[in-house]
Structure formats: structure tokens, C-alpha cells
Design a protein around this ligand. Structure first.
Ligand code: SF4
Ligand code: SF4
Length: 429
């Protein structure tokens, strides 16, 4: 299909020539035109609130990764997905990462008149949640003839090894010399794929809990809108401890999300216990993130099954706690199709819990979507990350808007993922 004339300066083909743009200013204008024509931004007075997206079932959250701390990638991902129209960007509860997200959002808003997504920080109440760990090994312990499968399997290119002679000289294409390098900590997001693949069992998982005092400081910021608390669903005492330690800082947020895995029959009782802990002090909206198969969306089609099964179970459940519901964990380009097949994509229902609270709770509404939306993590990072990593290396942090031809390609990828949830008109590129 031919591209509209507006995108002609970025209508590149074949791919080998695709990154040659003779008119960067024109390319950036083309990105703006593409976003304006696709995301269909209404006048400012009618901008949809992120909560409205949850009510309608078309909320989309970008998950940068609770442990992913590469500021350059986080900034550029935030820029691209803000242009694509996400409602929320979820990131590590770490000051430089939060700065990077906000910088990416500001850059996107300077390119096109898009909504500012909410910024959410992710924390945990114990060390059991898989999102809060890092891989670690000492390359000096690795046999020099190891074919380094760990490097190849890492989806975040977080393992970098080089072979060196004793004098430090680099060696290519040889099995001689010792290994140097290892895990790039800020890029490792704890997916765990390197652990079983090491033939010598050299890789350890380092688990951690985010410091509540750092979290409370971040929650004071006006550019942090929401918090997500990851819990294993096994011990509500730890949730209660964290909740109490966050204290008044929770008054600054617009949304509290709780992310938990499906723990079978005890899932609903645990959710109700958690809600009982939050209810006396919560003064904002609340969301349940149904974490199907953590950090697996980039693996393939089937990864979404557990998240969709979890959603089907919760959508049909009675006596579920008050709040919005959203999928995560294994979500990818196949999730919408799977939700439609199960008959729960953007279906609306009377929220009995909300009605009971209608006099006292602003969240009360006669109707809301069974599933408020979808969070995309590994898959969203993969489709845009492959473009980010093609950008020429340079001094300082690479800014994708300085390479508008790459930005155009990345925005198209992001729109292709977000469009079906948001109901954008058919994408014509
Ligand atoms: S845990 Fe995952 S992200 Fe971290 S180094 Fe291993 S494969 Fe890479
Ligand atoms: S696979 Fe294991 S032994 Fe081989 S380089 Fe990686 S960590 Fe070292």
C-alpha cells in the first residue's frame, strides 16, 4: 500500500536504505502528522482521562520494567509510547529512571500534542516477586572455552563478554584467553532466561526489595502519578507492613495498583484481604494487575495464555474486590485476539462493588469494563528496542528524536501494538 504523501520523506525501501533521510526536519514533521492522524487527539477540553480509559477497557500501560534501569532506553521508550498514546508508563522506583521517563514524555509532547501518560513506580513487598532480581556471575569463574549461551539468550542484551589475554588485549574468534565483562546490571530486568542455560551453573539471582524511604520520596514528586505494589500473594503481613510504611505519601497518587500472580483458589481471598488493608486509607483509584506469566510476552504467541486465563477467571468471579482490572505478564500482539475469543475484550458490566459505595466513592460508576486494559512489557520493549539499538552510537545518551527516521519506524511499531486496544482507525503504513 502506498504511503500518504505526508510520510514521503520516510517512505524508505529497501530496508538497507531506510535510515538515510535527507531532510530530518521533514521526517520529524512526518512523525507529527502520523501521530495526529492516528491517535486522533481531541481538543484539550475533551482529553480523555486515563481513568476513562480504564472504564472503557482501552487503557494501555507501557511497562519499562521494575528492574530495568537503562536511562537511555527508558527515555526513548517513553517518548515513542507517549506518541503512540499510552495511558501510563510504569518504571523502576529509582530517581534517574523516573527522570528518564519524564524526559521522554516531555520530548514526545514537544513533538506532538499528545496526552501526558501517568507515571507509575513499581515496588515490592518481599523478595519473591520475580521482577525484583538481577543476574550476577563472575566471568573469571567461567571456563574460557564456554560458547557463552548466556549472552545469546538474554533478551535485554544485558550480558556482554569479551575474551582477553592476560595483558588485557582483546581476542576475537578464539577459545583462548579469559573472559571479562558480565552482567550489565542496569539492563538486567531479572527475566531469568540465563539461569538454566549456563552449562556450568555460574549465574546467581540477586533478589532485593525497593527501599520504602526512596519510594515515599518519589511519591512526593508532582511528576509521579501512581504506584504499583508487587506482591507474591502468599503473605499479606508483608503487604500490610509496606502499606503502612508508605503512610501519607500515598495521598499524592492518583492510582494504586497491586500486581499479583494467579495463586489458584487463594487468589480471591488474598485480594480481598489486601483490599481490606488498603480500604481504610486509600483516597484514590485502585487497580489489580493480573500477572499471568511474568516477563514472557516477547517469547511468542502462547505466552499470553496465562494472563488471559487469569482475566477470564477474575471477570467471571463474584465477590471480587473493588477496583479496575488489567492484564500483564505474557501480553503481546496476540492478547487482544485471545481476549476476543474468550468474549471479554471491552465487555462492560455493572460493578456491584462500586454501586454499594456510590455515595462515598468518586470511583463509583454504574458501568465499567470487565478488563480495564492491558500492560505491555517485554514485547513492547522488543519491537521498539530493536530499532533503538540500530541507532548510531554517539557521545552522551542517544535521543531518538535526533534520528527522526528511526523515530518514525519506532512509532509505527508502537502504534501497531497499541492501535487495536485504543481502537485507532486502520493503520495505513
Ligand atoms: S536475568 Fe534475563 S535480563 Fe538478566 S541477564 Fe539474565 S537473561 Fe538477561
Ligand atoms: S554460560 Fe555460564 S559459564 Fe558460560 S559464559 Fe555464561 S555464565 Fe559463564
Amino acid at each position: 500500500m502506498p504511503l500518504p504523501t505526508a510520510f514521503a520523506c520516510c517512505a524508505y525501501s529497501p530496508p538497507a536504505l531506510s535510515m538515510i533521510c535527507s531532510d530530518p526536519g521533514g521526517c520529524l514533521r512526518s512523525v507529527k502528522t502520523l501521530v495526529r492522524s492516528t491517535v486522533e487527539i481531541p481538543p484539550p477540553s475533551h482529553l480523555p482521562h486515563p481513568i476513562e480509559s480504564l472504564r472503557r477497557g482501552n487503557w494501555v500501560k507501557l511497562i519499562c520494567g521494575a528492574s530495568f534501569e537503562d536511562a537511555a532506553d527508558v527515555r526513548n521508550l517513553s517518548l515513542v509510547y507517549t506518541l503512540a498514546g499510552v495511558d501510563c508508563i510504569d518504571c523502576a522506583a529509582d530517581e534517574p529512571v523516573v527522570n528518564a521517563v519524564n524526559e521522554g514524555i516531555a520530548a514526545a509532547m514537544s513533538i506532538s500534542m499528545v496526552n501526558r501518560p501517568w507515571v507509575m513506580i513499581s515496588v515490592n513487598d518481599d523478595k519473591e516477586d520475580l521482577h525484583f532480581r538481577k543476574a550476577e556471575f563472575d566471568p573469571e569463574d567461567c571456563p574460557s572455552d564456554c560458547p557463552r549461551p548466556c549472552e545469546k539468550v538474554c533478551p535485554a542484551t544485558a550480558i556482554l563478554l569479551q575474551r582477553v589475554f592476560e595483558e588485557g588485549e582483546l581476542v576475537q574468534n578464539t577459545e583462548w584467553g579469559k573472559l571479562q565483562g558480565g552482567v550489565i546490571t542496569e539492563r538486567c530486568y531479572g527475566c531469568g532466561r540465563c539461569f538454566p542455560i549456563c552449562p556450568y551453573d555460574k549465574i546467581r539471582a540477586i533478589t532485593y526489595v525497593r527501599d520504602p524511604s526512596t519510594t515515599t520520596k518519589l511519591l512526593q514528586r508532582s511528576d509521579v502519578d501512581a504506584i504499583e505494589i508487587h506482591t507474591s500473594g502468599r503473605c499479606t503481613d508483608l503487604f500490610s507492613e509496606l502499606w503502612n510504611s508508605l503512610g501519607d505519601s500515598l495521598e499524592n497518587v492518583k492510582l494504586v495498583a497491586v500486581s499479583l500472580p494467579n495463586v489458584g483458589e487463594s487468589t480471591l481471598p488474598v485480594m480481598n484481604l489486601i483490599y481490606a488493608i488498603m480500604e481504610p486509607s486509600i483516597k484514590c483509584y485502585n487497580l489489580w494487575q493480573l500477572d499471568g506469566r511474568p516477563m514472557s510476552g516477547d517469547i511468542g504467541r502462547g505466552a499470553t495464555k496465562e494472563a488471559v486465563d487469569f482475566a477470564v477467571h477474575l471477570a467471571a468471579a463474584r465477590n471480587k474486590p473493588h477496583g479496575f482490572y488489567q492484564l500483564a505478564g505474557g501480553t503481546n500482539a496476540f492478547t487482544i485476539k485471545s481476549l476476543k475469543k474468550q468474549g471479554i475484550f471491552q465487555t462492560m458490566t455493572i460493578d456491584g462493588n462500586s454501586l454499594e459505595k456510590s455515595n462515598e466513592d468518586k470511583q463509583a460508576r454504574p458501568e465499567q469494563a470487565d478488563i480495564g486494559g492491558i500492560a505491555y512489557g517485554g514485547y513492547a520493549r522488543k519491537i521498539v528496542g530493536k530499532i533503538l539499538h540500530k541507532m548510531p552510537t554517539q557521545h552522551g545518551l542517544p535521543r531518538i528524536e535526533d534520528h527522526p527516521e528511526y523515530l518514525m519506524e519506532a512509532v509505527k511499531e508502537a502504534l501497531t501494538l497499541i492501535g487495536p486496544v485504543k481502537g485507532y482507525a486502520e493503520l495505513k503504513f
